[in-house]
Design a protein around this ligand. Structure first.
Ligand code: PMP
Length: 361
């Protein structure tokens, strides 16, 4: 604590992202990055931009990218806001739609950035308990006072709520904004973007970091009624006119254009996930049904903490959260087939056997 700190700094409890180790021998399965490179068209577009335009400021409204997203989602660009990663879009959304006197609801187990934003912006919140199986009790989100934010699929569980249930939550909160954070939706059946024209209180937040392999470029976006998008623009323009740089605008637009590449890697990850789930079950893991690019698992015998440590020693980084309800779970990002084979071999040869926890015993 420093005497020069503002009250906002004093009350924050910053989010702690998963470790970014630069050791090439480590297989990183801890931050839900995509194991595949971005589309070659992204490299080409960013290189072209690099050659030409860095002298000039980018479009303050990321027009090139919003137009591309508009074509993709068949929506006017007034329905789209783009930002420097979806974390920034979420932070702006808290500022734009949530108040200091009205309680916002989010699940007790979810993306741990939500309480961080709430504290930073002095927004009161209520954490709604999930069911014992980690499913979300939709009706407990009806009639919220200050707003709702839900990650769908949820993180770190990977569980997905269908569009009908999302619609119920949106319909039952006509007086406040419902934010659906769809960071992982491209690995799930359907997006709530189909509802935005019908509901002026629905904001869907998406990212290019996961399914489009662009975590390093930092691009996220929101889709919602033009009234909500205008509010986000007002916040952005009171904060930083140019949140997305030229390389990011050009690269993200190119990634959206390359639909074939996107479908190919998305499908690969989904099939690796389904294969990995069955392999993990054979090895005595309880695996939640995931609709994301990660799985959430616990072992019937070996503790998550000890598995986490043993995996780390064997060169695999996964995510373990020190939260009582989920302390016996690990979140494992879906890597390439080859990485997951190494991972399973490591489990078989050292980790599970040295934990005395093979399925046979
Ligand atoms: N929402 C959820 C649920 C996430 O897991 C993440 C990734 N940490 C984000 C948003 C942020 O993604 P980004 O800022 O890379 O777009």
């Amino acid at each position: 604590m420093n005497k020069f700190w503002s009250e906002a700094v004093k009350r924050t409890e910053p989010y702690v992202p998963g470790e970014q180790l630069n050791d090439p021998n480590i297989i990183k399965l801890n931050t839900n990055e995509n194991p595949y490179d971005p589309s070659p068209q992204v490299t080409e577009a960013t290189q072209n931009e690099l050659k030409r335009k860095l002298r000039l400021y980018p479009s303050p409204d990321a027009d090139g990218l919003r137009d591309e997203l508009g074509r993709y989602f068949k929506l006017d660009r007034d329905y789209i806001f783009a930002g420097n990663g979806s974390d920034e879009v979420l932070a702006f959304s808290f500022m734009a739609f949530f108040e200091q006197h009205a309680i916002v609801r989010f699940p007790s187990i979810t993306y741990s950035f939500y309480p961080v934003y709430a504290k930073l912006f002095n927004v009161p919140y209520e954490e709604i308990a999930l069911n014992r199986d980690f499913t979300l009790p939709a009706e407990n989100f009806f009639g919220a006072d200050g707003g709702v934010i839900i990650a769908n699929p949820n993180a770190p569980t990977g569980l997905y709520l269908d569009t009908a249930a999302i619609e119920e939550i949106v319909m039952n909160n006509p007086e406040c904004v419902v934010i659906i954070d769809e960071a992982y939706i491209d690995f799930a059946p359907a997006s709530a973007v189909s509802l935005v024209k019908q509901y002026p209180n629905l904001l869907v937040v998406r990212t290019m970091s996961k399914s489009r392999s662009l975590a390093g470029l930092r691009v996220g976006f929101a889709i919602g009624d033009p009234g909500l998008i205008e509010a986000l623009n007002r916040i952005k323009d009171s904060f930083n006119s140019y949140t997305i740089d030229r390389l990011a605008i050009a690269g993200a637009a190119a990634a959206i254009r390359d639909e074939d590449y996107f479908q190919e890697i998305r499908q690969k990850i989904i099939s690796t996930r389904e294969w990995l789930i069955s392999e993990m079950k054979i090895r005595g893991f309880h695996v939640l049904p995931s609709h994301a690019n990660f799985i959430f698992v616990s072992h019937y015998k070996a503790s998550a903490e000890s598995l986490y440590q043993r995996l780390r020693e064997s060169g695999f980084l996964v995510r373990h959260f020190q939260k009582p309800e989920i302390e016996n779970y690990l979140r494992i990002t879906i890597g390439s087939d080859e990485q997951m084979e190494f991972f399973l071999n490591a489990l078989d040869s050292t980790i599970l056997s040295s934990a005395g926890s093979t399925v046979q015993d």
